[in-house]
Design a protein around this ligand. Structure first.
Ligand code: AMP
Ligand code: MG
Length: 352
């Protein structure tokens, strides 16, 4: 990565098993004073501020250049906090918290008065989750306030899965970056709207629709559609995860046919003098292209989820003109992977 920020934020390396108390204390003080702290969660890095301080939350939007109607997830370290931040918690939501928290499940609930509208994009609902990452939990507890934190990237860009990505995108716009190494999961939390009679998945994630279906009996799926004028989740209409290069996702039921199409597209673009990057899997044959990066194994989609955003950023660093991606089956975490890939490609998807 070549771009250096004008002025560097304070970068503090933190032990992910046993976060050093003095380091967490410094970051917590910044949060309490209305500053911005980027920190690792199990999903991606978050850009955190005191969720009940409207000015602090507003500064998150400015730093990310995030559209003001795209609400932010509020992170808590203790279930008791949820009672202060919300009203009318459905029994089902309590059960989900008890079972899936701490973990990558975000619940949309009716907000209480203390949650500023700037955090919810003007909505009467609030998104809440309790991460399981030790650094996140310690930072929230030590701060003594809930922490509003979207992904710590420039809006529209691939989410950050290590501290380098955060510094590259946000540089001096953040006060402190807690560097806890690469994140564990690599795609953002599942967002589940509990304000409907039947809970609705607004964003697929590592807590899968299958798991939620088993737990709840029935769930709805929001239209995962960027062009929708009035999407259920404001974030859905905005450009997301996009690398600078063009991108095409090839999806279908037969892996061999996917591979054939990816290679055909690679030749087509190379013949036009384009620099082609392919995001392949360990099961792929050897492709002929300028850059081929293995994302992980089709037999363990978690590996692909973990590497996805880092690879998209890597292609930008290498200045490829076009990124070609093998799609995966939309099952389990595959649904979240395909959601991110299709949006990153601005829905340029070829079905074979
Ligand atoms: P991020 O913080 O970047 O991981 O994105 C959070 C996602 O949750 C976005 O897609 C938001 O639109 C969605 N979200 C947050 N709060 C709400 C809410 N109150 N209602 C619906 N969607 C929400
Ligand atoms: Mg984001």
């Amino acid at each position: 990565m070549s771009k250096e920020p004008a002025c560097k934020p304070v970068i503090i390396k933190v032990d992910i098993e046993r976060p050093e108390k003095d380091k967490i204390r410094i970051a917590a003080e910044v949060i309490r004073n209305g500053g911005l702290v980027a920190f690792p969660t199990e999903t991606v890095y978050g850009l955190g501020a005191d969720a009940i301080n409207p000015e602090a939350v507003a500064s998150i939007f400015r730093a990310k250049n995030r559209p003001v109607d795209n609400p932010i997830i509020v992170h808590v370290a203790d279930k008791e906090e949820v009672y202060k931040l919300t009203e009318d918690i459905p029994v089902m939501a309590e059960e989900l918290m008890d079972f899936f928290w701490p973990g990558p499940l975000t619940l949309i609930l009716k907000k209480s008065e203390i949650v500023p509208y700037v955090a919810t994009g003007g909505l009467d609902t609030v998104a809440i989750r309790m991460p399981y990452h030790r650094i996140s939990l310690d930072l929230i507890s030590e701060s003594g306030v809930p922490i509003a934190a979207p992904s710590a990237n420039t809006a529209g860009k691939p989410s950050p899965t290590n501290a380098k990505h955060v510094i590259y995108d946000l540089g001096a716009k953040v006060d402190i970056v807690l560097d806890g190494g690469p994140t564990i999961i690599g795609v953002e939390s599942t967002v589940l709207d509990m304000t409907y009679p039947t809970p609705k998945i607004l964003r697929p994630g590592v807590i899968t629709s299958e798991e939620l279906m088993e737990f709840l009996g029935s769930i709805d799926m929001a239209e995962i559609e960027m062009k929708n004028e009035t999407p259920t989740s404001p974030g859905m209409k905005h450009k997301h995860y996009a690398p600078n290069s063009d991108m095409i996702v090839v999806e279908g039921g037969d892996f061999k046919i996917i591979v054939r199409k990816v290679q055909e597209l690679a030749y087509e673009h190379m013949n036009k003098g384009k620099k082609v990057g392919i995001m392949a899997t360990s099961e792929s044959p050897e492709y002929d292209a300028d850059i081929v990066t293995i994302a992980g194994s089709r037999a363990d989609l978690n590996t692909i989820a973990r590497n996805l955003f880092e690879i998209l950023r890597g292609f930008d660093d290498q200045r490829v003109d076009i990124i070609l991606v093998e799609g995966v089956e939309k099952k389990g975490i595959g649904l979240a992977i395909m959601d991110r890939l299709e949006r990153a490609a601005s829905h340029r998807v070829i079905r074979v």
